[in-house]
Design a protein. Structure first.
Length: 301
């Protein structure tokens, strides 16, 4: 084991954690991992996380689904950890039969689709299982992938999005990286680590994208601010309506910094995406056929 980031601060509790990497597989993990995670989630974490980009985020994710299932006629989708249900409702409008898992499902969303509290309780299968920024929150990624594979109908696919722990943002900002989000992110994946997880769980990558525009753009700006300010995520908290933890000076300064650096962040997003070192990884994965031997694994990072 080797330490990657020392003293990464939880922007909510202000506790500090380290990030370690496995010397054999390269997978990175938050340490120590809390025995009780629920205390790190709450009102400050949930609610309005996408701000004005909610509609665009749903459209982009639907586009990834369409690219993966071009001409596909069967339409059932399970969204793991569906949150406020925005993506699933967009999928429903496009003709998909929607279902989801969520520990604390809101009654309003539960009334419009089938909802389960966990994957283990589901007995039916789906053409698509989506997992948008959820795998990094789960204690056992391999077992979770095996459960998702069990729920895929023949010809189905898994759509998975995670922050890229080997992207330029992570490399440049280290413990100040906005998308590190310890300790809620228990694991931190790069592409080789994902390939190894897929091989262990019996998947192979069928499509890879190296950015999510709104995640990557904001990640550059907020990460730079985190490296400069004593309180993390000042701009994010202000934009998403969270109670402020500073005076108005850092908020105004953060807004001015965002306006000035937005063009730079956009260029960095484009260039890092072309270099395949964006802030986010999206992978379309399909189960290996029976008896199929996985290809050679990529080298660990």
């Amino acid at each position: 084991m080797r330490i990657c980031f020392r003293g990464a601060r939880d922007p909510i509790s202000m506790e500090c954690f380290n990030v370690w990497a496995c010397g054999e597989c390269g997978l990175r993990a938050t340490f120590p991992q809390p025995t009780e995670l629920s205390i790190y989630y709450g009102a400050r974490y949930y609610g309005m996380r996408h701000w004005v980009t909610t509609t665009y985020c749903s459209w982009r994710r639907i586009r990834v689904v369409n690219l993966t299932f071009d001409g596909f006629r069967r339409r059932s989708i399970l969204d793991v950890g569906y949150g406020d249900g925005t993506f699933l409702q967009a999928a429903r409008r496009k003709g998909w039969n929607i279902s989801g898992t969520e520990l604390h499902a809101a009654p309003a969303t539960s009334a419009t689709m089938r909802v389960w509290p966990s994957l283990k309780e589901i007995e039916m299968q789906f053409d698509c299982v989506s997992c948008w920024h959820v795998l990094e929150h789960l204690r056992d990624p391999v077992q979770s992938l095996l459960e998702m594979k069990r729920l895929l109908a023949p010809g189905g696919a898994l759509l998975l999005a995670v922050p890229d722990a080997d992207g330029w943002q992570s490399r440049l900002f280290g413990p100040f990286w906005f998308h590190l989000d310890v300790p809620r992110h228990l694991f931190h994946f790069d592409l080789p680590a994902l390939h190894r997880l897929f091989a262990t769980a019996g998947f192979h990558a069928a499509g890879i994208w190296h950015h999510e525009l709104e995640y990557d753009l904001f990640g550059w700006i907020q990460s730079a601010l985190n490296a400069m300010l004593r309180v993390p995520n000042v701009l994010f908290d202000f934009l998403t309506g969270k109670p402020r933890r500073t005076g108005y000076g850092p908020i105004v300064g953060s807004l001015l910094f965002a306006v000035i650096t937005f063009p730079i962040a956009f260029v960095l997003t484009v260039v890092s995406t072309l270099a395949r070192r964006g802030g986010t990884l999206i992978v379309a994965a399909r189960p290996n056929e029976k008896g199929e031997v996985p290809q050679d694994l990529p080298p660990k990072s």
